[in-house]
Design a protein around this ligand. Structure first.
Ligand code: SAH
Ligand code: SF4
Ligand code: F3S
Length: 469
């Protein structure tokens, strides 16, 4: 496709809808940036759009069902406007590849997570009457040189992707197939993005990766193991703890968060960096998935129950009040009642502030789908999940109630969902806090006295505005 044709598609309107994890939402900001450079402006809603991109998730079957439903709905919109271009991007696009074009006749563009630079060209191909697909995965693409266009932003908090892909191959997980090999982004470009955000008035950034603890930069190119680096590469290399420190120092007035940690890889060095810098939040998302060592083994998580508990102890020894959250999967292949009880007891022991909890959903092509049968009946999975949720709700409520009477520092992110008279924000440990607006302003750090608590929210009153750190 020549540049004249690409230029001819200028000033059309693009509507992006994002599904799945924070990394996918962050990718949509990269997509908006790439399309913006080719003249596409953001549409206010789907009816105002010339191009609609669904940036999709494939992590569980219900995530894909949601997209299928959405496509059904878009069929009506496309009937009214036959020039409308519909693209399916992201993880579901990567998983299904050209099958998606066969199965969903209204889809014009299919693009995987590493082919977003090609999107203007793919749209131009559709203009020429073709249906366009690019699902090539890369070992190097990090989009590190691009300036993401912040979408649906509150202007206060933002994500920065620090790496892409995942090399872990947990047996249940589709991500290594949809996002490809792990690669880390140039730390200088990460620091620059943090400073740009600070200059635009943002107050908090979250560094994103599927397994941030294996972040390693040694000058570019596909990932190598640390011990396989040359002496010079080793000296110049930047690991996650080094990166966290660089970002904390570069933007000392901003809050820094990160996600996701892997229990096998999280190091004391990282937790010490967190303890050293007041602007790094005391909060770690540390998915256990299961509390039973045999199940963890068949999940290929590469740690045991005891190892996981050791990591929690290490974190609480260094940062006693650290907020810790978890992901749990109920009813993984072959899980017995006793093994499920081990998950409950690990949760009780760990006292997570909150958890994301799911029923196991078999994903075609994953090691678990190849090796095991999905043998836990749906009603058993459901009951186990309900037990897990009930326990987590009890723990969350107790932990939240223990904060009543205490003061915590909250960064105001915007209006509370329930009342325009209240602000909502989060404290250092990532608890959601709601309090009356009074004279406080969005983006301010405020000391809040906690007066009430629910399972998910702390409710209080603002005492005083405070300096960030
Ligand atoms: N990289 C992160 C999580 C990525 S996916 C990590 O390693 O923890 C987010 C969560 O979805 C996972 O932690 C897991 O709990 C859940 N998940 C992934 N695959 C799943 C599947 N096949 N069925 C149910 N839940 C799944
Ligand atoms: Fe999936 Fe495991 Fe990678 Fe997380 S670490 S994205 S669960 S393979
Ligand atoms: Fe994220 Fe879903 Fe892909 S969780 S990495 S968008 S499969």
């Amino acid at each position: 496709m020549n540049t004249e044709t690409i230029d001819a598609i200028k000033t059309r309107k693009l509507y992006i809808e994002s599904y799945g994890c924070a990394m996918n939402f962050s990718d949509s900001e990269i997509i908006a940036s790439i399309m913006g450079e080719h003249g596409f402006i953001q549409a206010t809603d789907e009816h105002d759009a010339d191009v609609i991109f669904l940036n999709t998730c494939a992590i569980r079957d219900n995530a894909e069902q949601r997209i299928r439903e959405r496509l059904k709905h878009l069929r009506a919109t496309k009937t009214k406007n036959s020039d409308l271009i519909i693209g399916v991007l992201g993880c579901m696009a990567e998983r299904l590849k050209d099958k998606l074009l066969e199965e969903e006749k209204l889809v014009d563009v299919v693009a995987g997570p590493d082919s977003y630079r090609e999107l203007p060209k793919l749209v131009a191909e559709v203009d020429d009457g073709a249906r366009a697909i690019n699902v090539l995965l890369s070992r190097e693409e990090t989009y590190g040189d691009l300036n993401p266009v912040r979408l649906n932003s509150n202007g206060i908090t933002a994500f920065i992707s620090i790496m892409r892909g995942c090399d872990n191959m947990c047996s249940f997980c589709v991500v290594p197939f949809t996002r490809g090999r792990e690669r880390s982004r140039d730390p200088e470009s990460i620091v620059k993005e943090a400073i740009d955000l600070r200059d635009q008035g943002y107050k908090e950034i979250t560094l994103l990766g599927q397994n941030v603890d294996s972040y390693l930069w040694f000058g570019g190119g596909p990932k190598k193991e640390f011990k396989k680096l040359s002496v010079q590469e080793q000296e110049l290399s930047v690991d996650f703890a080094d990166l966290l420190e660089k970002v904390a120092l570069a933007a000392p007035q901003m809050r820094i968060r990160y996600s996701t940690s892997h229990p096998r890889d999280i190091t004391e060095k990282v937790v010490h960096v967190m303890a050293k810098y007041p602007n790094i939040c005391n909060y770690i998302h540390l998915p256990a998935q299961s509390g039973n060592s045999r199940v963890l083994d068949v999940m290929s998580r590469n740690y045991t129950r005891e190892w996981y508990m050791g990591k929690i102890e290490m974190i609480r020894n260094i940062i006693p009040d650290c907020g810790i959250s978890c992901d749990i999967i109920a009813g993984f292949c072959t899980e017995t009642e006793e093994e499920h009880a081990d998950t409950l007891s690990l949760m009780e022991w760990s006292q997570f502030d909150f958890s994301y909890m799911y029923m196991y959903s078999e994903r075609p092509g994953t090691p678990a789908a190849k090796k095991f049968s999905d043998d836990i009946p749906e009603d058993v999975k459901k009951r186990r999940l309900q037990e897990i949720i009930a326990l987590q709700n009890r723990i969350s409520k107790q932990k939240n109630e223990a904060r009543i009477g205490k003061i915590c520092t909250v960064l105001i992110e915007g209006n509370s969902k329930k009342s325009a008279d209240d602000w909502v924000g989060r404290n250092d440990e990532n608890n959601v806090v709601v309090f009356p607006k009074d004279t406080f302003q969005k983006g301010e750090f405020v000391n809040v006295l906690i007066e009430k608590a629910t399972t998910t929210t702390l409710i209080g009153k603002g005492v005083s505005k405070c300096a960030p750190f």
